[in-house]
Design a protein. Sequence first.
Length: 207
Amino acid sequence: MANEDIDLTRQVQNRNKTPNEFLKTVLINIVSTTLLCVIFIGANFVIQTNLLNSKLASINAQSEDAGASIDDETEQVRHGVVVDLGDFVLNLADVNQRRYLKTNVALEITQPQEPAAVEEPKKEKGGHGHGEEEAAPKQSELEKKLTEFKPAIRDAIITTLSSKTAVELSTAAGKELAKEQIMAAVNGILAGENEVLRVSFGQFIIQ
């Protein structure tokens, strides 16, 4: 009964309001609702913008780190002197039928830094000479070592490849394994003074 009396009282009050007062009430409600919506939208926009900026900053940081790591890896790539060991023709380890391999092998080997050559003073020849004779080019230490160890290196390559079957060497994985084994064998021969960085096959024909 009390609630019904309150509702009746409100209805009587609303009926007693003038049109201007009613219009003001409606306008106030509309303005209040609009302000609340604007505040809500503005707060949501600020929050979303902050989240987006933080995500972009994180992505940029990750990209910079990835770029720096790539640069580091690029700087760590080592290069050496490429030495062509010539052609190899050898029997493979197939049992049922005789198979042959013809290939060309090249090694990329590190070269120790040689001390800078001291420029010697020019010596004038006596008599009717025509100036200083050209000195014969000196053979580098790497070339000397490879000339000395070339038979052992070729033997190691032949031993490694001839232990493989045609099926093993016909796959990319088999070739890579053979390269790793050749690299290990030659590094053992060079005894640590030089290092094989890469092994490359030129032509690679199995018959």
